[in-house]
Design a protein around this ligand. Structure first.
Ligand code: C5P
Length: 409
């Protein structure tokens, strides 16, 4: 797959098809969007079904096709508002002259028109019509209105038309439309990058019912995963046991122990551009796990522990290591310990935070971070973890791109 199409991975594309001869190309378009990793749902106008069957579009998109605005059956499942919310982008291809007029005037008298009004996602139209219909002042006025409202117009192209005339009005070819749709997502600072993030605590089993663990809630790591995804990255979240919901559309790998987390990271870190170790990994685990529940008896008992593998340091030491970011949770001398960690683990950045206080750290919804890298640093003041995560991602993206630029120049 072309690297230009990488932003389409895991994106939800709502493909609208209106009535025009170019609708036969919409099947190829849907297939190419899926090949690029997008999930595709198709909405057809009644006129579109005269040119290509819903069955064809269902087969190529892999999802049922949506046809009617007020069909009680579909509204009970995925109704027009859910569909509008579901979409990361709406692409109407082909978009007829009549459909352009409908969107320009905000008419919601069919499913696709209503969706275009109800969605907050980027909307792109790929016009396809006879050259005189395209050049008609009414259509050109509609084009200007649409563009002034931020609707993207992909094409049309010039050339031979189905009606035998030559001029502007041909729908762009599916491969070009797929590239332009990918371009809708290319603005994110981590667009097209693969990121692996660890989050949450680990549990180190003592016997079948007992374990050693820590107070990590996973909130920070999960917020970072969501922020990275918003910034255009494809995210793999390797998570210890937490009670947080799985953020939609990212790959989550569930693990329990430090050794399992280590193995899951190594299995997923190939082709990864950035690794963020936000998990609170147990430094030690019991040498052996008792097969049965340990019975009480003696007044004292000794648990023998051994060091867990250092996941972050192992990733940083890989021959083609990704940009690595580690966390340092400290109760004293924050900056000194963070600088020492940067050097000891040979990572690109350390995000240090105070823990142990009542209002910040592991279980709270707020946090503050001190970021340190070779030759620089930044302070991110106390903020809710989702906002802090976005700020952290912006700094990581900036440092990642700066490092890449330095290496390639
Ligand atoms: O050495 P320390 O535990 O303070 O380092 C914290 C950082 O290292 C965090 O980013 C944590 O996710 C990571 N770490 C790790 N594997 C370990 C211990 C810590 O990846 N065994």
């Amino acid at each position: 797959m072309s690297s230009d199409l990488r932003p389409l991975a895991n994106k939800r594309i709502l493909l609208g098809v209106t009535g025009g001869i170019a609708a036969y190309k919409s099947a190829d378009l849907a297939r190419r969007l899926r090949d690029a990793g997008a999930e595709v749902r198709v909405v057809m106008t009644r006129a579109a079904t005269e040119f290509i069957t819903p069955l064809t579009m269902q087969a190529v998109s892999g999802n049922p096709v949506h046809l009617h605005l007020l069909d009680p059956q579909t509204e009970a499942g995925m109704g027009h508002i859910e569909l509008a919310r579901w979409a990361d982008a709406v692409l109407v291809a082909p978009a007829s002259a009549g459909f352009m007029a409908k969107v320009a005037h905000g008419l919601a008298d069919d499913l696709l028109g209503a969706l275009c009004l109800a969605t907050a996602a980027p909307l792109a139209l790929a016009p396809a019509m006879n050259r005189l219909m395209w050049s008609n002042p009414a259509t050109q006025d509609n084009r200007r209105v649409l563009e002034s409202r931020g609707v993207r117009l992909f094409g049309p192209a010039e050339g031979e038309q189905a009606c035998g005339e030559v001029g502007p009005g041909r729908m762009l070819e599916p491969h070009a439309l797929v590239e332009m749709t990918a371009g809708l997502f290319a603005g994110g600072c981590l667009s097209g990058l693969n990121i692996v993030i660890t989050a949450g605590p680990t549990r180190e089993a003592i016997d079948p019912v007992r374990f050693i663990s820590n107070r990590s809630s996973g909130k920070m790591g999960y917020a970072i995963a969501v922020a990275a995804q918003e910034a255009g990255a494809t995210v793999t979240l390797i998570s210890g046991p937490v009670v947080l919901p799985v953020p939609p559309r990212l790959k989550r790998v569930n693990v329990e122990s430090a050794v399992q987390m280590y193995e899951a990271v190594l299995a997923n870190v190939r082709d990864c551009d950035i690794f963020i170790g936000a998990a609170a990994v147990a430094d030690y685990h019991p040498v052996s796990r008792a097969a049965h529940k340990i019975k009480k008896g003696q007044n004292e008992m000794t648990l023998v522990l051994e060091r867990s593998p250092d996941i972050l340091a192992s990733v940083a030491a890989l021959p083609e290591a990704p940009y690595t970011v580690g966390f340092a949770a400290e109760t004293e001398n924050l900056e000194v310990h963070a600088r020492a960690k940067l050097a000891a683990k040979d990572v690109d950045m350390v995000a240090a935070n105070w823990v142990g206080g009542p209002d910040t750290g592991f279980e709270s919804d707020e946090n503050a971070l001190l970021l340190i890298w070779e030759g620089g640093g930044a302070e991110l003041p106390c903020a809710p973890k989702d906002r802090l995560a976005r700020e952290l991602i912006a700094v990581i993206a900036e440092r990642y791109h700066a490092k890449n630029k330095a290496q390639t120049s």
